[in-house]
Design a protein around this ligand. Sequence first.
Ligand SMILES: NC(=O)c1ccc[n+]([C@@H]2O[C@H](COP(=O)([O-])OP(=O)(O)OC[C@H]3O[C@@H](n4cnc5c(N)ncnc54)[C@H](OP(=O)(O)O)[C@@H]3O)[C@@H](O)[C@H]2O)c1
Length: 325
Amino acid sequence: MQTQPLGSSDLQVTRIAYGCMPLGGTWDAAPLSDSTRKEALRSIRAALDEGINFFDHADIYCIGKSEEAFSAVWDEAPNLRGKIILQSKCGIRFAGEPNPASPHRFDFSYAHILRSVEGSLRRLKTDYLDVLLLHRPDPLVEPEEVARAFDELHQAGKVRWFGVSNHTAAQLELLRAYLRQPIVANQVAFNVIHTGMLDEGIVFNQDNPKLARNEGTIEYCRLHNITLQSWGSLAWGLLTGRAPEKPAEHITRTSALLAEMARAKGVPPEALLVAWILRHPARIQAIIGTTQPGRIAASCRADGLELDREEWYRLFTAGRGEALP
Ligand SMILES: NC(=O)c1ccc[n+]([C@@H]2O[C@H](COP(=O)([O-])OP(=O)(O)OC[C@H]3O[C@@H](n4cnc5c(N)ncnc54)[C@H](OP(=O)(O)O)[C@@H]3O)[C@@H](O)[C@H]2O)c1
């Protein structure tokens, strides 16, 4: 599996990464069951067999159970820790925590960041995270406070590198003005039917554009050597067999085009979805979140699968559901 540096870090990461969100089974207080632990191991093994060396977590996934399920891997492969790269995230808090009236919220406070990392280390049964991301932008962020938390975690050897998720260029710029460590990654939703970051550059100066605020995030990350990581890399299965809640014509059309192109190239459609992400010159790292070994293998067929400009644009135009200007 091809690798690349993660931003300006010394980490050499596989271009396809494994998303561990569903490994804990359910998002409730039920304890982790043996069968869920076994299924998690099956998915992790399938990812390792494909050569994936990068595993993406968050403190909140299945309320901590996904990190806990992952830690079972050390029992069967005690020497694995030094060979793989573990990333986790902090900063999202559930409603009802710690008090019944506490709302769902984002929390980049010093105390929460430190507490969250301690929890991830304990559940993952490891002494350090290779990468810690701030999960979703907190409007109440005090960048000095984040800097203090990062310094302490770094000096204690608990976190090696830092990054963010779902951040715009301006939010990155603010943090970078205060942090003493580089930001090496920005994890964002990105796939053939979720192209807001690209559309911004396409619809600039057009009449009545459907424009979400991105502030040139792709260009900013390329300029500052921040690796973009895509979540939703498999388009949540919506183009490969999972029925959408709200059927949409462009999804049906894109799904048919994907199947036709995949057939012509002799690869599974999942491979084409991931290859479309990897084709972008920003060298985006694609995170795949399927638990199914067959789909993990199918997605990894994207490694070394080259899309030409015409193939990339056919999928892009179909997925955005609108002709280019
Ligand atoms: N930073 C963030 O805010 C954020 C948000 C969400 C996720 N993430 C990370 O990114 C990773 C991947 O994201 P994601 O899970 O949202 O997106 P994804 O990889 O596009 O989708 C994976 C999901 O789609 C399902 N799926 C795929 N193909 C399918 C098919 N043909 N039929 C039915 N279901 C199918 C998978 O179920 P099966 O397991 O059954 O295949 C799984 O539930 C996560 O694990 C997590 O690490 C980050």
